[in-house]
Design a protein around this ligand. Structure first.
Ligand SMILES: NC(=O)c1ccc[n+]([C@@H]2O[C@H](COP(=O)([O-])OP(=O)(O)OC[C@H]3O[C@@H](n4cnc5c(N)ncnc54)[C@H](OP(=O)(O)O)[C@@H]3O)[C@@H](O)[C@H]2O)c1
Length: 205
């Protein structure tokens, strides 16, 4: 294949990658919509944290500045984009976006350039790097979910079966999503309350 052919193939692969770069919201909430309390999450769910790590590893996380403050550092192995109106905000190893739309655009640009790099790596080394995680994960908090959920292709919801009170409440409209997976986890020494992990995809997406 000539250089032009290679480039057009790369372009097509990059476009495929954008199509693959699904916007996925991950949220843990109680039946009354509690997602946070005092700047943190009012439960300790080791299984949920482990699943979060496994599912998002290698991808891009989009979060609000308050959620970033509650975590306090970029999570290893993932690119972090923090949304804030504060133009002076900066943190090593983290990208800043001035609004949710810009955050998604930045994440998509990264996945496109990753794809081009991967494609040229594949063609030069014969490596199959198709398992690379190009997902873009919207990980809260409430302000960011409210603004980005309407654009998300999938929602990965952890229903936290707890009556705990909180100060950050979320109501999400799920009628446009279809459930494709459900896993129940009982309470244990590592999980203070029972949970249910539900994966939903937007109809016709
Ligand atoms: N249960 C869960 O799954 C889950 C997940 C994540 C977080 N949480 C919890 O949720 C709580 C935090 O949520 P939150 O709603 O208070 O805050 P948040 O959504 O994490 O962050 C809000 C901040 O994001 C920035 N922001 C929001 N909209 C913006 C826009 N259109 N343009 C520019 N910047 C914008 C602002 O930052 P500036 O003020 O810097 O401008 C705003 O103060 C915490 O308790 C956290 O533990 C729970």
């Amino acid at each position: 294949m000539n250089a032009a052919g290679e480039m057009s193939r790369d372009g097509a692969r990059a476009e495929d990658s954008v199509a693959q770069s699904r916007l996925i919201a991950l949220v843990a909430m109680t039946p009354t919509g509690v997602i946070g309390k005092d700047g943190d999450m009012p439960w300790r769910l080791r299984s949920d944290l482990m699943r979060f790590k496994k599912l998002t590893m290698g991808g891009t996380l989009i979060m609000g500045r308050r959620t970033y403050d509650s975590i306090g550092r970029p999570l290893p192995g993932r690119r972090t984009i923090v949304i804030t109106r504060n133009a002076d905000w900066q943190c090593e190893g983290v990208s800043r976006a001035e609004n949710p739309e810009q955050a998604v655009q930045m994440a998509r640009q990264t996945t496109t350039s990753q794809s081009a790099a991967i494609t040229s790596q594949e063609s030069s080394t014969g490596l199959d790097t198709s398992s690379q995680n190009r997902g873009i994960y919207v990980v809260g908090g409430a302000e960011i979910y409210r603004q980005l959920l309407p654009c998300c292709d999938e929602v990965w919801l952890t229903r936290v079966w707890s009556s705990v009170c909180g100060d950050t409440i979320l109501s999400i409209e799920l009628s446009k999503f279809r459930q494709i997976e459900q896993t129940r986890i009982i309470a244990s020494s590592k999980n203070s309350v029972p949970t249910e992990f539900i994966r939903m995809v937007r109809e016709n997406s």
